[in-house]
Write a protein that binds this ligand. Sequence first.
Ligand code: NAD
Length: 489
Amino acid sequence: MVSRVIPVDTFDLVIFGGTGDLARRKILPGLFRRFCAGQMPADARIIGAARSEMDSAGYRDMVRAAIAEFGGEQACDDATLGRFLEQLSYIAIDARGDGGWAELQEAMKGTDRVEAYYFSVAPALFGDIAERLQKWGMADAGARIVVEKPFGRDLETARALNKTLATYFNEDQIYRIDHYLGKETVQNLMAVRFGNMLFEPLWNSQYVDHIQITVAETVGVGGRGEYYDKSGAMRDMVQNHLMQLLCLIAMEPPARFAPDAVRDEKLKVIRALDQPEPHHVVRGQYQAEPMNEAENPGYRTAVENARSRTESFIALRTEISNWRWAGTPFYLRTGKRMSARSSEITVVFKDTPHSIFEEDAGRHRNVLSIRLQPNEGITLGVTIKEPGPGGMRLIDVPLDMTFAEALNPEEVEQVDAYERLIMDVIRGNQTLFMRGDEVEAAWAWTDPIIEGWEARNDVPKPYDFGSAGPTDADQLLRREGRAWREVTT
Ligand code: NAD
């Protein structure tokens, strides 16, 4: 493998919630992969800090098991794992009390390394931890904090959280995670848009008919039923992940690929986003799998709330009121228990103004599709002549750039979103993290939509297990002479 890894500066990373699900599934296996790749310095320290009583040896055992379970394929031997584990320690800490803080303070005393604190705990504890970091002298100007989602549940709570964090930390110390921004293809979206001359002149309402963003999941709410039922697809997916994708696809070219230059442009997009009309929003709740209800129950059974009005699916149409995009619809769609796990952004260009080919009956549109998962890659649909005799018949073929095929996978290091983002924290690069005002603007757009449902007692439409959502979602596009891309892997 060709490695272009540049080691980061040495660091101390404290993971609050270091025994939790996210730490075990993503953060710690991700750090191990960076260690194997030679990016994590041999004297960096990782300190797990959580409620459970255990010692550092017990913590290392837990992390070893987590890496075995979630570490993925890794050309890394047992001796390397042993060395990685030696860099780990554990402190039992009480986020709401004083227990453990003196010990953490002692451990962090007098180092001149990068200091990062990952808040991988319930959001209700973010403020408690920030306050205690300051009280115990760890909130110095060089410290960085990493904050997980959800960042508030509406504008008011997001503002309150921003205010609390701002009491102890400056904005340039706060790294709000949206792991979609750490995905390889999402960054490639920026490379394709701003690294090629080809697309930018066409990237506007004059040439683009519409844009679709789909994030489809096959999983249901699983064990998160109680949390999810208070949240729903709008809060859980649209306000953050789909909004971020929308920003990157629609923003003006920033002057530089620098944190505030990019985030300023994203913010402008959110602020220019129209409120969708009520009939431009479709909400749904998945039904049970036929004949297998016990294993795959319907949404209301899964969340144990027979009268739930929370959506597990949402499709909506909006527009961006600025010079570039006025009049171009943006269709967003996300849901659980859909037919395939698939995340895709599709830019559908307009028809040619006139066809010179007599035998050309159909419409031929260029379609650029950016696939985030699975099979990351970019495809551009172009129109060509159907090969062979018989006159000038046109067909659409994809110019396919599935990255795994275009680039030798042996030579490309696969980096998970969390790994990339954690390394960015250590490097002090905030480009792929959400700024406080962005999050608030996204809630300011989301809140009235949710309030509208509440005021109208809106009930989500049922949709079939393994489908593309309620049929009304198809209508959303069909009545405008358009169609969703098929949800396939
Ligand atoms: P979890 O319930 O599995 O773990 C919570 C952790 O917090 C545990 O380590 C626990 O010991 C610690 N903790 C709880 N109360 C504490 C206290 N009073 N003092 C100190 N430590 C305490 O949660 P999780 O699934 O790992 O999620 C953590 C955060 O990450 C949450 O904000 C969640 O919304 C977010 N998140 C999780 C996932 C995921 O896949 N699990 C995905 C995205 C975001």
